[in-house]
Design a protein around this ligand. Structure first.
Ligand SMILES: *Cc1c(COP(=O)(O)O)cnc(C)c1O
Length: 409
């Protein structure tokens, strides 16, 4: 393999040099950021545990003549990961920042574009901790937030204030799975001079090319599908030319960097992300369709199902769906819903998702909405469909329904 790039940027940023624009995403995920010629032929970039970088002479040190300066500014390990991540963000990607969690990526991205006195518009369907950042940290920094209906589309123009500097989108919505018209929102934001940030954890750049759709900062919780094995906390932000420098400076000034072992896990997960995602997609669709036919189910909140109100937008803008969706059950007492969950053995009950294993959690968005009303018509459970056999998952869910029906009657 040819060495793709010698003009190395500092940690936090890189261009998609590890792959070429003619290659498909799967190829890019395999070749991105690898330099076997520099590492004695080893397929993977070694994990550099380091802080200090030594210079041969005082003159070299004074002129900072060195490919690496200090580990916080970048190591071969961080560069390899940034290059691999940038490779699937599209041609508009000017750099990728690595962060120690998805929430750190969200906070750093917001702080990189907002100053004291600014105003930000945030979708009412955002991941709840994102709201907490806006309602506490940003308030302390003198930044105000208005939450908006995720279905607002071009109507977002009416909410713009003179000091509105950013619009935060997330699609599908966390827990609730609304699809947003991101190109329309981005056009309105840009007409006002505001930047668009997106939490793209669900679709990943493989299924939604955020930077090509008008997003200026595309955020992922790498804890989910990049890691893929429930053993990693990680986050990343992809920037375009407009936002790259501010993001880089913010991440650097906050001293945020990722430990070498975690960068290794992220890189390792990334290599197989496309095939895992395709398997999650197929299995989740099969299980979602099976749920739709159950008499105990009111609605399935999965944007790739034709019954979903955001289906047409999803078809227009997304190229795939992942393994996470929610189900609205017909009204049943809490004890019956708990009986359903407690009867499952393949589905674990726990936060997070994106790993190889299936998960189920009860949720209620009533208290985390301020711009819209959450009234789904019955109790709700979010499912993550892992890599188990679909027939086994369905057999598990059938045991759950048996327990639910026994507890309801
Ligand atoms: C999990 C999650 C996050 C936060 O990621 P962490 O890595 O857990 O900090 C952000 N956004 C969404 C949509 C998530 O599901």
């Amino acid at each position: 393999m040819k060495n793709p790039d010698d003009g190395r940027p500092a940690q936090g940023m890189t261009s998609p040099h590890g792959a070429t624009s003619a290659q498909g995403d799967r190829t890019r995920l395999v070749v991105g950021g690898r330099r076997p010629d520099e590492h004695y032929g080893f397929v993977n970039t070694p994990v550099f545990h380091g802080s200090t970088v030594l210079y041969p002479t005082a003159e070299d040190y004074m002129a900072r003549r060195s490919r690496y300066k200090y580990a916080r500014r970048g190591t071969p390990t961080s560069e390899a990961l940034e290059t691999a991540l940038a490779g699937i963000e599209g041609e508009a990607c000017a750099g990728v920042a690595l962060l120690p969690s998805g929430l750190a990526a969200i906070s750093a991205a917001l702080l990189s574009v907002l100053d004291a006195g600014d105003h930000v518009l945030v979708t009412d369907s955002a991941y709840d901790p994102t709201r907490t950042v806006c309602d506490t940290l940003l308030v302390r920094w003198g930044i105000s937030t208005t939450y908006y209906d995720p279905a607002i589309g071009a109507g977002i123009a009416a909410l713009m204030r003179p000091n509105t500097k950013a619009v935060f989108v997330e699609a599908p919505g966390s827990l609730s799975f609304e699809i947003q018209d991101i190109p329309a929102i981005a056009a309105a934001a840009h007409a006002h001079g505001a930047v668009v940030l997106m939490d793209n954890t669900w679709a990943t750049p493989l299924y939604f090319r955020a930077l090509d759709k008008g997003v200026d900062l595309s955020i992922q919780s790498g804890t989910k599908y990049i890691g893929g094995h429930s053993d990693l906390m990680f986050g990343c932000v992809a920037a375009n030319q407009r936002t790259n420098k501010a993001l880089r400076d913010t991440v650097f000034n906050m001293g945020l960097c990722v430990g070498p072992g975690d960068m290794h896990l992220a890189q390792r997960g990334l290599r197989t992300m496309a095939v895992r995602l395709a398997a999650h997609e197929a299995a989740a669709l099969a299980v979602a369709r099976w749920f739709e036919a159950r008499p105990e189910v009111l609605r399935v909140l999965h944007p790739a199902l034709p019954s979903h109100p955001g289906h047409a937008l999803w078809r227009r803008d997304f190229t795939g769906s992942s393994g996470l969706f929610s189900v609205v059950f017909r009204p049943a007492p809490p004890a019956a819903m708990h009986a359903f969950l407690n009867a499952l053995s393949l589905f674990g009950i726990g936060a997070s998702w994106g790993g190889y294993e299936s998960l189920a959690i009860p949720f209620d968005c009533t208290k985390i909405r301020t711009a819209t009303k959450w009234a789904p018509g019955g109790p709700t459970i979010r499912f993550h469909i892992g890599l188990e056999d679909v027939a086994d998952l369905i057999a598990d869910l059938e045991r759950g329904f048996a327990a639910l029906n026994a507890a309801s009657s």
